[in-house]
Design a protein. Sequence first.
Length: 256
Amino acid sequence: MLLVIDVGNTNITVGVFKKEELLCTFRMMTKQPRTSDEYGITLKELVECQGISSKEIHAVIVASVVPDIMHSLGSAFIKYFGIKPMVVSAGIKTGIRIVTENPKQVGADRIVDAVAAYTLHGGPVIVIDFGTATTYDIVGPDGTFEGAVIAPGIRISAQAMTEQAAMLPAIEIKKPDTIVAKETISCMQAGIVYGQIGQTEYIVRKIKEESGYLNAKVVASGGLGKIIAPETDVIDVYDSQLTLKGLRIIYEKNKR
């Protein structure tokens, strides 16, 4: 079995694949400091809580946008699983050619999402990740990563309002019943959610106009994407497991 790890700024998302089947997923907080022993024991217990023996894990692949934890995390797999993980980094085969000015600045998670979207849906494709930041990446018909837009994420926007405006409370991020609300919490929810919907529709439209890919498929991922995707017809596919699927695809391209 293959263990796939997506280390994001907020969460570490883990999945276990048996060939092409995703058997289970679970999450850990990224910002909590852990030693290699803590990572190893926690991951081993989480895998085995799903009814999977850690001895059945034969390979690990990791994509990370948080370099500080990689030494401890990598050591955990070596010590507790007996596996040196494959890491998505420069030089790994992806099937995607990056033609931006500085390809090394493109986050590993975005590359993985682009690989998954292009492999599963073809190109041209616009890949939206509603994560800590909201990213819009464009992959051309020949698998070329051509450029991107990066905007503040939904949760970051909500936190900024709470932290910078003394009278505004912390809120649950959800779509209110109406866009014009009559109390503060619903007013904030309307601004955050409908604002994100409007941003998504405008940016997708402008990307299509500027790139000339008017028929590009739009594939979205990210935890909060499930709130936005049903509210707009510019998103063709919402896949909450897109990154994990991309990691499996990249592993298959690079395994020996």
